[in-house]
Design a protein around this ligand. Structure first.
Ligand code: ATP
Ligand code: MG
Length: 231
């Protein structure tokens, strides 16, 4: 199914609640992402940003509320269909890396294409181009443990974009980068997203990064506030 009407959100969360043990990470969070939109989600540490991203990306099921993606209830999809959809439509950059330690940098980026059925050689060629685009050169044969934090983040971004997803979820993708590298990586990310019409949900505490977004919302105590309103 496609979503040609840009006034209808591609992805929408309504009244999400999610507890981790006794901590209520989300308390009625609602947010919408339109096709091709770059949305920044900001908020203090512990306000629920990563939890919100995990619920929107179908990685974590909310306790209550709904997540609708392209007309279907993501929070109600059977696990197998959810996994398939995540593989074809979503790319995720996790806050804490999650590259596969045993694989080379090149194969980490090639992996999503191979899981989608591409031959290894073609997948590696495409992976090399994406690494180049994000400024990771000469490190293709290394393992993730041998990378700097910034190189690992760039590799994770390349991996999230390599399949041409409709939505990229990026959790502090520039957290380990200095100001110049942040600018380079954000320019590449935004250029790629605009070119391909990819929607981006971008978690950041950095105003320099949020400035690349079309719109910004702020999480406070597990709920979403319009920016400009302080709790
Ligand atoms: N796996 C978990 N087990 C227990 N508590 C958790 C877990 N994950 C998150 N929490 C708690 O839920 C709340 C929200 O966490 P979350 O990671 O969503 O915040 P965040 O806004 O992403 O923070 P940060 O900016 O530090 O990454 C926090 O109080 C956190 O301690
Ligand atoms: Mg977080």
């Amino acid at each position: 199914m496609s979503n040609g009407d840009s006034t209808v959100p591609l992805l929408a969360a309504r009244d999400l609640t999610k507890a981790h043990g006794r901590t209520e990470a989300l308390r009625g969070a609602s947010v919408e992402l339109r096709a091709g939109e770059i949305l920044a989600v900001t908020g203090t540490s512990g306000s629920g940003k990563s939890t919100l991203l995990h619920c929107l990306a179908g990685i974590v099921r909310p306790d209550a509320g709904s997540v609708t993606y392209d007309g279907q209830r993501l929070d109600q999809l059977p696990q197998k269909r959810l996994s398939e959809l995540r593989r074809t439509d979503f790319g995720v950059v996790f806050q804490f890396g999650q590259l596969v330690p045993e694989l080379t940098v090149l194969d980490n980026v090639a992996l999503p294409l191979m899981l989608a059925g591409a031959a290894r050689k073609e997948a590696q060629a495409a992976a090399g181009e994406w690494l180049e685009r994000f400024g990771v050169r000469g490190q293709e044969a290394l393992r993730p443990g041998e990378l700097s934090g910034g190189q690992a983040q760039r590799t994770a971004l390349a991996r999230a974009l390599v399949t041409g997803p409709r939505v990229v979820f990026a959790d502090e993708p520039t957290g380990a980068l200095d100001s110049l590298a942040t600018e380079q990586v954000m320019t590449s990310l935004v250029h790629t997203a605009r070119e391909a019409g990819t929607a981006v949900l971008l978690i950041t505490h950095d105003a320099q990064v949020a400035a690349y977004a079309d719109r910004e919302v702020r999480l406070s105590d597990g709920a979403v506030l319009p920016v400009g309103v302080t709790a």
